[in-house]
Design a protein around this ligand. Sequence first.
Ligand code: KG4
Ligand code: ZN
Length: 335
Amino acid sequence: MMVLGIETSCDETSAAVVEDGKTILSSTIAAQLDLLRKYGGVVPEIAARRHTELIGYVIKEALDNAGKTLDDIDAVAVTARQGLIGCLLVGVAAAKSISYARKLPLIGLHHIEGHIYASRLTNPDMPFPHVCLTVSGGHTMLLYVEDGDEYELLGTTLDDAAGEAFDKIAKFLGLDFPGGPVIDKLSREGNPEAFKFPRPMLRGKSFDFSFSGLKTSVINKFKDKVARDEKLPMADIAAGFQEAVVDVLAGKTMRAAEEKGVTTVSVTGGVSANSLLRTVFQEVCARKGMKVYFPTFSLCTDNAAMIAAAGYARLVKGEKSDLRLNVVPNAPLGD
Ligand code: KG4
Ligand code: ZN
C-alpha cells in the first residue's frame, strides 16, 4: 500500500511517499530556518502562512521524487493532533482535499505516534514491549509501548521540553537557531565538569521532567560571569548544560525500563540526534544488558515519512478518519 504522508504540525512543511509502512520512496522537508533565525523561534501565525505557500509544492516534489502520481497513492495520512493549530489546519486541509478529490482513505494521526514510528522505520525488528523516550522541541515524553499502537504515558515535562531548553539556552548565549545542534557541536570543545548544573527531578519516583530550573541556573551562571567581567567559557557552559539534560533523560528512562521490566529502549524526536545522548544511552544500556534504538538522523526531527508509516499501521487495522477530521492542538496520545 502506497501512503502519502503530510506533516505540518510546527515549522517543517513535509510530505513523503512510503510503501507498506516501511520503504521510504521520498521524503521532502521544507524547513523555515530563515523565519526561525529572523524571529528567534517559531511564530505560529507566520509558520502557518508559510505552510500554506509551500504545501502544494512539497507534496508535488514528494510525488515526483518517488516517481509516482496521485494515481499511485492508496491512502493519505496526516498529523491532526498535537501542534500549532494554524499549522495543523494547513496539512489537514491539504490531506482532506486529496482524499475527497481522489476518493482515498484518510487517516489523521497524533504527532507523537509519528515520532514513535520513526524509530521503527529505521529499526523494523525493534521488539515490543519497550520504553520510548520522545524528546523534541515541543515534547518530552516517556512512554511504555505495549505494541505498535498501545501506549502508556509514564511521564512528561512539567514546563519546557528538552529541545526547547536547548533552543532557549542557545538564544540566550547568542548562538544560532535551532539551538540543539549548535550546543551539541560547541560542547565537543568544552569541559562538562567546569560547571556542575542541577539535574532536576532526577531522583524521586516521578517520571516527569522539568527543565526550566536548569535553564535559569545556566542563565544565572552566565550573568554572574558577565557581572564579574570574567571571560565567558561558552563551550564549558554548553557542555555542562548538555550533560545535565542527558543525565536526566538517561537516568529516568533507565529507571522506567527497569520498573517496567523491559530490555529495549527507543529514543526518538529531534533531541535524539544529540551525540552525547546517543553515547550515554548506548553506554548505560550496554551496562544494564539492554538495547537502545534511535531513528536515522533524517528521521529524528519532524518529517512526513514517520506519519505515513504510522498511518499505514492504523489503516491495515481498518482504522480511518472521515472528512469531519479536525485538528486538536493539545491532544493526549491515544485520543
Ligand atoms: O522533532 P523536532 O523536529 O520538533 C518537534 O516535534 O518539536 O525537534 C526539534 C528540536 C529542536 O528543539 C532542536 O534544537 C532539537 O530538536 N535538536 C537537537 C539536536 N538536533 C535537533 N537537540 C540536541 N542536540 C541535537 N543534535
Ligand atoms: Zn516532533
